[in-house]
Design a protein around this ligand. Structure first.
Ligand SMILES: C[S@@+](CC[C@H](N)C(=O)[O-])C[C@H]1O[C@@H](n2cnc3c(N)ncnc32)[C@H](O)[C@@H]1O
Length: 265
């Protein structure tokens, strides 16, 4: 694993602390099925080649299903702890580096650049989004495609407002949605993930400091404007609910995620 410039700030702390339980907390996410559907959409938009840059690849869940499909994968993330887990799974088969997507270095020329599973929502302003998109654009091959998802408001009105408990391998992971942050910053939402060791009688002992998750909602108009400013052309917007099956059009009353596909303008 190589180290470029690691960013500072909330998401770094969040994921350095969440890394040991990330795979357990997301155990129910079907990446094989999700990525299969995303690749079908990308093919409709002219995907060619097999070089992938997975931005904010975390523990590798968003690139591992690409390896048996013959893709050459490069991954980067803000969090060294998340990347260490990706490296344990992928070994030398993947090029991994610590990088902040707001200052993404040129890591190569890629047929596909993607940032999956809420990574974009950890950017906290339209300016940060634009910077990240510029960096992704600079890593695209001339005919390369960019794909990323963003959480829709429905996620913040449900998951980010409720408590969800996942028990895995003797640990209880409690997600406490805290809702909007501040009166005039209602597009930023917070949640807290607590980790406890569960005893036989169901009582829990706190294992480590909770990780705080702070995400921003990006409405469609804001994403389209940022793409435009970053020199990218939006080719399509898809959406899905908790089933993860992408459809059109985006309906914010039922969809939890929007998926944007773009190329160099
Ligand atoms: C929900 S995880 C998704 C990880 C992976 N893509 C997946 O699907 O499992 C979000 C990831 O975004 C990373 N992240 C957040 N802000 C980032 C930034 N500014 N630059 C790079 N990575 C960032 C976190 O470290 C974390 O690994």
């Amino acid at each position: 694993m190589s180290y470029t410039r690691a960013g500072e700030g909330g998401a770094l702390r969040t994921y350095e602390s969440m890394a040991p339980v990330y795979d357990d907390f997301t155990v129910g996410h079907d990446y094989e099925g999700w990525l299969t559907d995303l690749l079908k959409i990308l093919e409709v938009h002219g995907l060619t080649g097999r070089r992938l840059l997975d931005v904010a690849c975390g523990t590798g869940k968003s690139f591992l299903p690409m390896l048996p499909r013959g893709w050459q994968v490069t991954g980067c993330d803000l969090s060294p702890a998340m990347l260490a887990l990706a490296e344990e799974k992928a070994g030398d088969s993947v090029e991994l580096s610590v990088a902040d997507m707001r200052e993404l270095p040129e890591l190569g020329e890629f047929d596909l650049v993607w940032a999956l599973d809420d990574a974009i929502n950890y950017l906290l302003s339209a300016e940060e989004l634009e910077k990240a998109l510029c960096g992704m654009r600079d890593n695209l091959a001339p005919t390369g495609l960019l794909l990323f998802d963003v959480n829709e408001l429905l996620v913040y009105r449900t998951f980010y407002a409720e408590t969800t408990v996942v028990e895995q391998r003797g640990r209880r992971l409690t997600w406490r949605g805290l809702g909007p942050v501040g009166a005039d910053a209602d597009s930023i939402f917070e949640s807290r993930l607590e980790v406890e060791q569960v005893d036989g009688d169901g009582t829990g002992e706190v294992l480590e400091e909770a990780s705080m998750h702070r995400q921003r909602h990006f409405p469609e108009a804001e994403v389209l404007a940022a793409l435009d400013r970053a020199g990218l052309e939006c080719l399509g917007i898809y959406a899905h609910g908790l089933d993860g099956v992408p459809v059109q059009p985006l309906d914010t009353s039922i969809h939890t995620k929007a998926i944007y596909i773009a190329r160099r303008a």
